[in-house]
Design a protein around this ligand. Structure first.
Ligand code: CA
Ligand code: CA
Length: 129
């Protein structure tokens, strides 16, 4: 806070995290520059406005048996999102690495299933020869 103008600015942005602490209550003192005994104090409340944080997706590994039937559950991708409410909603998609659509991912739950059993076999064949 500027001593003369009273302007409140952000000094340490890393401390402003809505998910950690959404409200700051500051004790503020005003003093007469010529006579510090003439003063008043009050609390100033600062409410952080939530911003939509990006979800975090750590790398994960699953295994599935060869010749697994379509519909077999391979695993559930786990992600985190710091936000509450609709800003915490996420959707999943497979974007590459599966040209034959051997697998499917549930966009809402992150559950990966076998979508095309023969595509898994083809992929194995390709990698063997
Ligand atoms: Ca947030
Ligand atoms: Ca979010």
């Amino acid at each position: 806070m500027d001593v003369l103008t009273g302007e409140v600015t952000v000094a340490h942005p890393e401390l402003l995290d809505f998910e950690t602490n959404p409200v700051f209550t500051l004790g503020v003192l005003v003093s007469d520059l010529n006579d510090a005994t003439r003063r008043d104090a009050a609390t100033v409340t600062i409410y952080l406005q939530d911003v939509n944080d990006a979800p975090q997706l750590p790398g994960q590994a699953f295994s599935v048996v060869d010749h697994a039937l379509a519909g077999t559950i391979v695993g559930t991708v786990l992600s985190t999102d710091a936000d509450q409410g609709t800003h915490g909603d996420v959707t999943y998609a497979i974007t590459n690495g599966d040209p034959d659509h051997a697998f499917a991912i549930d966009p809402a739950t992150g559950v990966i299933t076998v979508a095309n059993s023969s595509a898994i076999d083809r992929a194995l064949t390709r990698s063997l020869f």
